[in-house]
Design a protein around this ligand. Structure first.
Ligand SMILES: Nc1nc2c(ncn2[C@@H]2O[C@H](COP(=O)(O)OP(=O)(O)O)[C@@H](O)[C@H]2O)c(=O)[nH]1
Ligand SMILES: *[C@@H]1O[C@H](CO)[C@@H](O)[C@H](O)[C@H]1NC(C)=O
Ligand SMILES: [Mg+2]
Length: 462
């Protein structure tokens, strides 16, 4: 109303030439005012409402007797490791580690995938390391190659350019194939057809706490679809157009920009001069990296996909696969070096409600150079004297094998590293906090945010 009165006054004054300068000034002020008002409204509309309670809690806050959990029936699930024959040593160490920390009690099958035929030595040694069934499969050639619409010559030219301009792993053709594979065809591999759930392993990763319950059963009973550990920023140069393509797909398919999707936006963290509508629109039209056509910018946060416990049914379903097909047609797995991690993360925030995501904040997990470790729940929480936890293959350290217990910690017999076992880092928690915002009733206050003190996860003390 006040704006209308002001506009009316301006029109009246326009007839008086002596006041032209004043008019110019007031016109500019009016436009500026409208821009500020729009920017505030825009921020408000993109705010993330606080749910009445935390939508994602840890599945466990201390040790349980794994033999009791193991009495329940298994899910249709498998551990899956993509590996090269040359990674035999690291693959074996990782399998021995997951057997010691988890699978010796649950005996889930492990599916090994390779784009090349397996070495008999790899098969022999890894088969001997798995307590459940070990399955060795070779990926069909078409799933480890350029898609039909992409010319191999052009793709190789582009990958050479990426190498020259220092894009992280941009020059490695096999790495591009691997990222494309994990983004799409992984889920429809015949070897995974019998299963509903997968737990992704990589040669070289380590689990630093005991997992004394069945995470697949927990995912199922809590209505979860996608589970993660570490969250961090993507290398910007690997995927300048990825967010634009995902958002274009969203618009073309009339998918709403839900608060869960908006947790991926920089809206509230953008510099003030990028917030007004004309500037946003211009940045969008200019095709700025990580920016949608409407001018929304992705904060580059994603879950690190070298760990995933997730539903195969979701990822092989029509909603995800049609998003993947769109991205595949756009060619960014080769013209750029889109990683499967940001693809999965953008997809689950676009297609799933926040309550269907789970942070395995009770897991100790390490993939060089990042990790998370929850620390040890105090006292009885460690089940001192429990035979299964004190002994068993790979548990020879037994009763002495865990670091100092601390109040509020939720892990089971974790070895967290650092002199006093207090290494708990999960990338300062900044991306975790942002991506969990739609599920978090407990929020970081502005003071903590300003000090850079982010808790490790919702519902878990930092
Ligand atoms: N069979 C096979 N596996 C690969 C190839 N490249 C990567 N991988 C696997 O893909 C996963 C991710 O690769 P990695 O080198 O760890 O990439 P990073 O974790 O992103 O640095 C690991 O499980 C690797 O074993 C490849 O050319 N052939
Ligand atoms: C793995 O070992 C088991 C038991 O020795 C054997 O029956 C099975 O055939 C082996 N599997 C492979 C793929 O070699
Ligand atoms: Mg790796």
């Amino acid at each position: 109303m006040q704006l209308l009165v002001l506009a009316g006054a301006l029109v009246r004054r326009a007839r008086r030439p002596s006041r032209r300068l004043g008019l110019l000034f007031k016109g500019t002020a009016l436009v500026a005012l409208l821009c500020v008002f729009e920017a505030l409204l825009h921020a408000h509309l993109h705010g993330i409402p606080r749910p009445p309670r935390d939508l994602d809690e840890p599945f466990a806050r201390h040790c349980q007797d794994p033999r009791i959990a193991a009495q329940r029936p298994r899910e249709k699930a498998a551990l899956v490791m993509l590996a090269r024959n040359s990674e035999l040593d690291e693959a074996r160490k990782t399998i021995q580690n997951i057997e010691a920390q988890f699978n010796q009690w649950f005996n889930y099958p492990v599916v090994f995938l390779n784009n090349e035929p397996w070495d008999p030595a790899f098969v022999r040694e890894l088969n001997a390391s798995v307590s459940g069934q070990a399955i060795f499969d070779t990926i069909p050639a078409k799933d480890w190659f350029f898609p039909p619409g992409v010319s191999p010559d052009k793709a190789r030219e582009s990958m050479a350019q990426q190498a020259a301009s220092g894009v992280y792993k941009g020059g490695l053709e096999s790495y591009h194939h691997m990222c494309r594979f994990y983004s799409g065809a992984f889920y429809t591999q015949p070897a995974l057809a019998p299963y509903k759930w997968y737990w992704r392993l990589e040669p070289g990763v380590r689990y630093t706490c005991a997992v004394t319950y069945d995470p697949f059963a927990a995912m199922a009973s809590h209505g979860k679809t996608y589970g993660y550990t570490v969250a961090l920023w993507e290398e910007p140069a690997t995927c300048p157009s990825l967010f634009r393509e995902v958002d274009a797909y969203r618009e073309a398919n009339h998918l709403p920009a839900t608060p869960h999707f908006n947790t991926l936006l920089e809206t509230a963290d953008r510099p003030w001069y990028q917030r007004p509508w004309p500037v946003r629109k211009l940045l969008g039209l200019l095709g700025r990296p990580h920016t949608s056509r409407a001018g929304e910018r992705w904060n580059l946060c994603h879950y690190w996909s070298n760990f995933e416990i997730a539903s195969l049914d979701f990822f092989r379903g029509a909603a995800y696969q049609s998003l993947f097909a769109h991205l595949d047609r756009r060619g960014g797995f080769y013209a750029e070096r889109w990683g499967d991690a940001p693809v999965h993360s953008l997809a689950v925030h676009l297609l799933l409600p926040p309550a269907q995501l789970h942070h395995f904040s009770d897991f100790g997990y390490h993939h060089h150079p990042f990790w998370q470790c929850p620390g040890n729940a105090p006292g009885e929480g460690q089940l001192p004297g429990n035979e299964a936890l004190d002994g068993g293959p790979g548990r020879e350290q037994g009763a002495a094998g865990w670091t100092r217990e601390s109040e509020g910690a939720i892990g089971c017999r974790c070895r967290c590293g650092g002199e006093d076992g207090t290494w708990r880092r999960n990338n300062r928690g900044i991306c975790l906090e942002r991506m969990q915002r739609a599920a978090a009733a407990t929020r970081v206050g502005w003071w903590e945010r300003w000090r850079g003190r982010y808790p490790y996860s919702i519902g878990v003390p930092g």
